[in-house]
Design a binder for this molecule. Structure first.
Ligand code: ADP
Ligand code: MG
Length: 749
């Protein structure tokens, strides 16, 4: 591979024709190492690189003569190299590269740290353009760590006759800064992108309808592309960005609306509403449904009546009681003679749901004396309920083999399970409803996998406690109808949330001891299982977004350590349990069973308890390293307590005060409503991290503009208008092609 040092940094050194579809392997100076890195970003060809946009610009356009140099900046200077040398500082083991340049108005000292190779790049007598900040004191000021590039032979007078800034790539202009990705510097990307733009041998087809381009006065595509990478002014950069933001959201809206249209044409089993059964069922519940639950249930039942497939998202804060609403829908479907599949993200949750659904739909017919009175008028619905997980299978509370379960599949009315449920071997014959709980990807794909019947496809009910900000529900999830449970069951008390600094830990532990004495139970959450050995050690899905925040994993609290500390030092007198994802499922289950039964006082766990786990007696949620978690996740943790009449507490332990993290923690304190929190979260960190959509392949720009409600509504309206006139997009073949590509990119799995 040819080097990518600054000496090569001239785009005209680069020959050969380029097309959007040219694979990165054929781009000069993109060697195997870089190919790998690009591919990691999903960049496969020239087009992908060109549509990889900067997220901000560095203004290096302020070119001044050396005689006018002063503290501050950034400034840009052009001059001739008088001398350059490396100096080693032994004490701090730094290499300083010191250069002096001359532009005929004066001389300027330049300093780089730890870039000794620069002495080979800039020989005495070369001409350079440098941009950066001036630091130092009094007369001995210097240009510190500037960006640099070589320039052509000088004109008579360097100053005043600037090199045209379109010839400059890293200095002397607005410089694009790309989202940082390991091993791909902005400098390198500029070095690659610019010649590509110059050498692109085709008009990039503009798929944005011309009418819209005119209506909103957007830049034409080819101009917009140049201006977003190498803008002539910030105003033009902004203008280009507007166009792309609009375009991407517009395409996303079209995509989602068309999915919706397609689904509406499919056939589903219409479920006649059995009002008597539903009423009898609700009457038998040990509590009264909230109005919000009733409304959501009604919307579901009405959807189920239709001959086209339901695609509904049931959104309700943790503890708002979504399960019982799903149970009502399930009952209705089963009474009509069809089957229900109920998918949970983890084994713990699948089992919990299995138990709950059994209790709801199939309470034991014979109650022993002294059992809750309000169970007495509950009906024996005769629903056959099964559970399938990777390891175990149950049918009517009996453990059976998978083979036995599959044989019985015909007679099972409701089958709950983990991912095992959507494997090929599970073949339903009358599956009319799929319920998907707490799956961020909202079940569309899962339903598709379960769909093996020929004549109809099942209705889909997706449930989530992760609230979706309004803008996202219009775009990313715009093909789902939304039911919201925005009301908590009566009698729930506000959970007291506090940030606990290291000095207050002791008092908090004492408080926890008191709680346990009163009979309550406690969760302790840690960000990892084992202490980290290296700072870059991976932590599954978490690491991706956490690592961007540049903290060391070394000091992140680990479950095993914490368990040892709590059980040996702090609460040797209490019963401490440990739970994490690497334990065997039997172990996990035993731990959860014991915790539920009150045999464990304090459960130290990773985020496996994040969603859904229901332990009403728990009143304290202690989160170690709370600043390491996302807001949605913290809210989920907090939702594990406050599920009974006991006053509950959420303690946010943090060793890193005063950072941006605390913005999130403060938001958590000031706000108990998950929906408001989601909006705040979106503002604080942008939607990219939201429910882990980084992996979705949605362009960053779209992600950023998803916070813009006005823009989102505008693009959605335009998309609707286009589709109303031309549902098949016959007049817009380019757009249609783009949508097909988008489908590939938005891998819903
Ligand atoms: P989530 O919406 O977080 O999934 P669940 O469905 O697990 O919530 O319900 C949380 C708890 O609240 C359960 O113990 C459930 O029995 C109870 N519950 C549900 N609805 C009501 C209600 N209307 N009144 C009182 N308790 C309820
Ligand atoms: Mg739940």
């Amino acid at each position: 591979m040819e080097g990518c040092g600054p000496s090569d940094c001239r785009f005209d050194s680069c020959r050969g024709h380029m097309f959007l579809s040219t694979p990165i392997e054929q781009i000069p100076r993109v060697g195997p190492q870089y190919q790998k890195k690009l591919k990691k970003l999903g960049i496969k060809n020239v087009g992908d690189i060109i549509f990889h946009f900067p997220h901000r610009y560095e203004d290096f356009s302020n070119l001044i003569p050396i005689s006018k140099a002063e503290l501050g900046g950034p400034f840009c200077f052009q001059g001739e190299v008088l001398d350059i040398k490396n100096i080693r500082t032994f004490r701090r083991r730094l290499v300083l590269t010191q250069m002096t340049i001359d532009d005929k108005t004066g001389k300027l000292k330049v300093m780089w740290f730890n870039q000794p190779y620069l002495v080979n790049t800039f020989k005495k007598g070369t001409f350079v353009c440098l941009a950066g900040k001036i630091t130092g004191k009094g007369k001995s000021i210097y240009l510190s760590n500037p960006a640099y590039e070589k320039i052509e032979s000088p004109t008579k007078n360097l100053v005043g006759e600037k090199i045209g800034n379109s010839d400059l790539t890293h200095t002397g202009r607005l410089i694009p800064v790309y989202p940082e990705t390991e091993g791909l510097s902005s400098k390198w990307l500029r070095f690659i992108v610019k010649p590509l733009l110059a050498k692109l041998k085709e008009q990039i087809p503009d798929s944005l309808p011309e009418k819209l381009r005119q209506k909103f006065d957007f830049l034409p595509l080819s101009k917009a592309i140049w201006q977003i990478h190498f803008p002539a002014s910030l105003k033009l950069a902004e203008k280009a960005k507007k166009r792309f933001a609009f375009e991407e959201l517009f395409e996303l809206s079209l995509f989602v609306l068309r999915e919706r249209m397609k689904l509406a044409k499919e056939r589903a089993a219409p479920i006649p509403l059995n009002l008597a059964a539903v009423q009898e069922f609700t009457k038998g519940l040990p509590f009264k449904l909230t109005d919000a639950q009733k409304k959501a249930a009604w919307q579901l039942l009405k959807d189920l009546e239709k001959p086209s497939p339901m695609n509904r998202l049931l959104e309700g804060d943790v503890g708002s009681g979504k399960t019982v609403v799903a149970a009502i829908a399930a009952l209705d479907v089963v009474r009509a003679g069809y089957q229900v599949a109920f998918l949970a993200p983890t084994e713990i949750l699948a089992k919990q749901h299995y138990k709950t659904i059994r209790e709801l739909l199939n309470p034991p017919p014979l109650l022993k004396e002294g059992e809750e009175k309000n169970q007495q008028n509950r009906k024996w619905w005769g629903v056959n309920i099964g559970l399938i997980t990777g390891k175990e299978n149950y049918y009517q509370n009996e453990k059976i083999t998978r083979g036995e379960l599959l044989e019985k599949l015909k007679e099972i009315d409701v089958l709950l399970g983990t991912h095992a449920l959507i494997q090929d071997w599970v073949k339903f014959e009358k599956l009319a409803l799929v319920v998907v709980d707490e799956q961020h990807r909202f079940g569309v794909e899962q339903r598709a996998k379960l769909c093996r019947q020929k004549d109809f496809i099942p209705h889909l009910l997706s449930m989530t406690a992760t609230p979706i900000p309004r803008t996202l529900s219009l775009t990313l999830y715009g093909d789902l109808d939304l039911s919201v449970i925005d009301e908590m069951p009566k009698g729930r008390k506000k959970i007291i949330t506090k940030i606990i600094q290291p000095k207050d830990k002791k008092a908090t532990y004492e408080f926890i001891r008191e709680q346990v004495k009163e009979g309550r139970q406690v969760f302790v959450i840690c960000p990892r299982i084992e202490p980290a050995k290296t700072s870059a050690e991976d932590l599954g899905g978490q690491a991706a977004f956490l690592d961007q925040r540049n903290f060391s994993w070394l000091d992140v609290k680990a479950v095993k350590q914490e368990y040892k500390k709590l059980s040996e030092e702090i609460f040797p007198d209490l019963k401490i349990g440990m739970l994490h994802g690497k334990m065997k499922s039997q172990e996990k289950e035993d731990i959860m069973k014991n915790f539920k039964a009150g045999k464990i006082d304090i459960l130290v766990s990773t985020s496996v308890v994040e969603v859904g786990v229901d332990i009403p007696n728990a009143s304290v949620m202690l989160i170690e390293g709370s600043e390491k978690f996302g807001l949605a996740q913290l809210h989920q943790f907090r939702g594990r307590v406050g599920r009974s009449e006991h006053r509950s507490y959420c303690f946010l332990f943090t060793d890193a005060p005063g950072t941006i993290w605390n913005r999130r923690l403060r938001a958590l304190i000031s706000c108990e409503n998950g929906f408001e929190l989601a909006e705040k979260d979106l503002q604080i960190r942008g939607p990219g991290d939201f429910t882990g959509q980084r992996q979705w392949g949605i362009p960053d720009l779209t992600m950023a503009s998803l916070t813009d409600f006005v823009l989102v509504s505008k693009t959605r309206n335009e998309a609707k208008e286009v589709l109303a006139k031309d549902p098949e997009l016959k007049k817009y073949p380019l757009l249609k092609k783009r949508l097909a590509e988008l489908r590939e990119k938005i891998h819903l799995e």
